[in-house]
Write a protein of this length. Sequence first.
Length: 452
Amino acid sequence: MNVRARALATVVAALPIALVGVAEATARPSRVNIDPGGSLSAIACPSARQCTGVDQGGVEVTFDPLSQAAPTHVSVDSEGGLAAIACPTLAQCTAVDGNGQEVVFDPKLPGTPRPVDIDGANQISGLACPSAGQCTAVDQDGQEVTFDPAAPGQPAPASIDIEPLSAVACPSTVQCIAVDEIGQEITFDPNATGTPTPVVIDNDDALSGVACPSSALCTAIDEDGQEVTFDPNATGTPTPVMIDNGDAFAGLACPSTFQCTAIDDNGHELTFDPRRPVNPAPVAIDGIDALSGVACPAQSQCTAVSGDGSESTFAPAPPPRLSGSLTGVAVRKPELDLSLSAASGLPAIKSILVALPSGLAFSGSPKLAAAILVRGSRAAKLRFAAIRRRGTLTLTLRSATASARVVIPRGALSATSTLAKQVRDGRVKRLTVLVSATGSTAGEVRLELKVH
């Protein structure tokens, strides 16, 4: 396989420009059939050089996604129907099947592991293992069962929902979040389940996956192409966001609190910032079969599997190249100059959102748009519509462009006297501007600027 994931480079230059989030886009990754005749259903990657997939025939396939070396195939469940897998360490994976069983094995030396009944022949649908000594599975009967995978004994399933559960994530050994088929999430302590209350987060849509990169941030996906991000500890009703034009999502991985990658049943991956999805562009990674699972051991690398036994390893769609300068803050005459371009192979820029840090504000003048200059490729002046909303400014371009320079001059920006004094006194030396470019990016880019 000739695909090599490339890490995002972060460069902070000397005054006055800083660069962040620079990366090269990759073409459609190579599909490699690692399980001929099998139907892969799930994948886990404890490192960038080791992934393990499981299939409907009870076979586990362990491989290096960055190597041409042949994978190993071992039957670990003679009854088949493996539905989910978690690998908390390089030497331990746990898989669950549709018959209420779990099987634990060393992916490098699987031997002949013996499946163990943990859920009374119920159909298990999701699994999470926050540590090598603790896993939590959920089933189609609305139950969770928590167990030590190496010594499960006879764990007692606990009812947490009257609806079928589809997936679970456990950011810690004392917190798990399950999702069900009518748009609800259930947060519980797997060591003391009690009677948790299901909370509607997605208006009766069937949720198909959930990932929680932290105890305060979870993202769920549904079968209508929506994502919904929420704090499982907070009250309130989150708002689902359509990001995939109605295609059904089949898997989700969130390697950080600001990056998630979802895969759908039409062979696409979508990478986005869950805090601000900003219309991510679907990227085709498998033009033959529906994808069934995804794992991202790093922000720069993901591997997806499909129903025909293939894997595709790819670098998630990168944000645009971005640079800029911020001058005049110390004298309360700020000017912001941004330059951005879409990464090679990704859609052109259609709109640009700029969010200012505390102490800076956009002018409330109706002539704000007239003061802003936007130039595209070959320095051509671009027409746009501007919408100011609190501390953000959205510029919607009349025609898409591969690159853009945005100049927000003095008079269109203002700085508070407090911030100006802090800059003059040297107490504030850098400010962070958030920039999103729809059509070319998966989420927002943090641009750290040295100010004066």
